[in-house]
Design a protein. Structure first.
Length: 583
């Protein structure tokens, strides 16, 4: 189970036969003119041999092996292994949940940017949109007094989805519960571990590697801090990860459909007619793509940075379809994938994401006095007047928010250039208190109570190296898994390189962290070796991977106090600051 199995590359189909008459069982199918005007001078391509067998079960299974790889049936897998398929991800999520939910209500005050999003979430529960707060509202809010909420609308620059999710926890546990403030963040942080472990199992076909991915994500400090504070980026990560998982399922589903349709043609005609191999069949409605569209709409509805995941994942899924048609022996596999897959992929993902995104603004649409809600009636247009006032007002709101985002360059003590994220050059301090002896239970001369968005150094530095290594793996082997991981990483990271002067923070990196964990897991799987390797090679690889995971867990135990606001002696805190820029 610990190996990274076959089908690491989409291998091309064998060359089609030179002549349509080389296989008597094929009949005349290889020479049909696609225009319907009679035989063509140049015969249409014939199906690969595995499609010309008249027995559907054989042809379908043979092509599926080429498209997806040999897979054991879940129903025939021993019960113990089937149990671990679900149990391993569940156990890693349980460990991560403990690290996130225990003492979740500490500290009992707003920390860092919670001052915006938690108060906005409370506004949503009251009116469905953001409202202004009076001066010193934080002090009152921390005490469970909400009289500082005013009736005037507030100008904010992030969409509503993430704040509605925060509001859900406050609705469950009450607006004065600090546990309720952070419940949704902890919940999606824990669910993300489970989802990532399942994704790793599917990609690497290994229960052990799935558990490794889940455990590394469960114990990493950057993910723990994001799950224990109500900022928006944890929700961006969650919806992007769900979309990625849905497209992985769509990849297999689409290839199964392709194999089924071609094998049906092969059975009906004694071989696949040549005209059907020019562009290939349409594969029908792809339900997992619709699910991905909804997830990406919610991702964008949390932060606009989700747009980059929409673009990257949309291109990725079409490239996967191109590869599938090429392997199946489709002659015009690029055009076939674009016309018969790409257009429908666009419709399945982009409009669905757009409708989902607009739905997150329901509270704004239903209001009468939210910010810019009445801008259009006050600013009539002869050019765009045909657009409903609500949509025109929302568009104006978005244009001003976009200008804010692109022009944000104010200085901040924890501003971190995206290049520094690889080594965690400047982690963000969310909370810091320094009680002296006798204060708040401090027994040392001086204590520290900290929340720092610092990742586990072994996981983070190893993951950054793994990303660089996978670039070479993809170039050398065209391993589709390496390519998919790099696409997810690039969508969450590369856009921030385009804004070197913008005020950005290290905690934004949570959006791509699951893909960094997948990269690290894949490299560990490569180190562990394959079934055909000599026993000593596999033993050494397993030993190295095991030591790495054990050291990562031990290092997380060492750093955990500064992730969870535990009070520690000041000098002990200084021992954790391995780089001066971490302070």
């Amino acid at each position: 189970m610990g190996k990274v199995q076959a089908n690491t590359r989409d291998t091309p189909a064998p060359s089609p036969d030179a002549s349509p008459t080389s296989d008597p069982s094929h009949g005349t199918g290889g020479g049909v003119d696609p225009s319907g005007q009679g035989p063509s001078r140049k015969p249409a391509p014939m199906a690969p041999r595995w499609l010309r067998d008249p027995h559907r079960a054989f042809t379908r299974n043979a092509l599926l092996t080429r498209l997806i790889g040999a897979r054991a049936s879940f129903s025939t897998t021993p019960a113990s292994l089937r149990l671990w398929f679900w149990l391993a991800p569940t156990l890693t999520a349980f460990v991560g949940g403990l690290l996130r939910f225990v003492r979740l209500g500490q500290p009992e005050s707003l920390v860092f940017d919670e001052t915006y999003y938690i108060k906005d979430a409370y506004s949503y529960l009251q009116s469905g949109y953001e409202r202004n707060w009076a001066e010193k509202a934080n002090d009152l809010f921390n005490r469970g007094i909400f009289t500082a909420l005013e009736n005037t609308p507030e100008y904010v620059v992030h969409p509503p989805a993430g704040k509605w999710m925060i509001a859900f926890g406050m609705w469950l546990f009450g607006p004065d519960s600090t546990f309720g403030w952070r419940f949704s963040a902890a919940l999606v942080g824990t669910l993300s571990i489970f989802v990532l472990a399942l994704i790793a199992q599917k990609m690497f076909r290994s229960t052990i590697l799935g558990a490794v991915a889940g455990l590394l994500f469960a114990v990493d400090g950057h993910a723990i801090v994001q799950s224990r504070t109500s900022l928006l980026d944890i929700f961006v990560m969650f919806w992007a990860l769900l979309a990625f998982g849905a497209l992985l399922l769509d990849r297999d589903d689409g290839r199964r459909r392709l194999a089924a349709r071609l094998s049906t043609l092969a059975k009906a005609h004694g071989g696949v007619p040549g005209k059907n191999l020019l562009y290939g069949p349409w594969l029908g409605v792809r339900w997992w793509r619709l699910a991905a569209g909804v997830s990406l709409g919610l991702c964008i509805g949390t932060k606009w940075s989700g747009l980059f995941f929409l673009a990257a994942f949309g291109l990725m899924t079409v490239v996967w379809d191109m590869s599938a048609r090429r392997i199946a022996g489709i002659k015009y596999w690029v055009a076939g994938a674009i016309v018969k897959d790409g257009i429908f992929a666009f419709v399945s993902v982009v409009p669905v994401a757009a409708v989902t995104y607009l739905a997150t603004w329901t509270g704004w649409f239903l209001s009468k006095d939210a910010y810019d809600r009445n801008w259009a009636p006050s600013n009539p247009s002869t050019t765009w007047g045909w657009i409903p006032d609500a949509l025109r007002s929302l568009w104006h709101y978005h244009s001003t928010a976009y200008n804010f985002h692109t022009g944000l360059d104010s200085d901040h003590p924890y501003k971190a250039n995206a290049w520094s994220w690889f080594v965690m050059g400047r982690p963000t301090s969310f909370y810091s208190q320094y009680p002296v002896k006798g204060e708040d239970g401090c027994t040392a001369d001086k204590c520290a109570t900290m929340i720092t968005s610092l990742g586990n150094p072994l996981i983070w530095w190893g993951g950054s190296l793994a990303i660089l290594f996978l670039i070479g793996v993809w170039i050398a082997k065209r391993d589709w898994r390496a390519g998919a991981i790099l696409v997810g990483f690039a969508a969450g990271y590369v856009p921030w390189l385009l804004y070197p002067s913008r005020t950005i923070f290290f905690f934004y990196a949570i959006a791509y962290e699951p893909f960094m964990i997948l990269a690290l897991t894949l490299v560990l799987g490569i180190v562990m070796g394959k079934l055909g390797d000599p026993p000593w090679r596999r033993q050494q690889g397993a030993l190295f991977a095991g030591i790495f995971v054990v050291l990562a867990v031990a290092l997380s135990a060492y750093f955990y106090p500064i992730w969870a606001a535990e009070q520690i002696p000041f000098e002990y805190w200084r021992q954790h600051m391995w780089m001066p820029s971490w302070i």
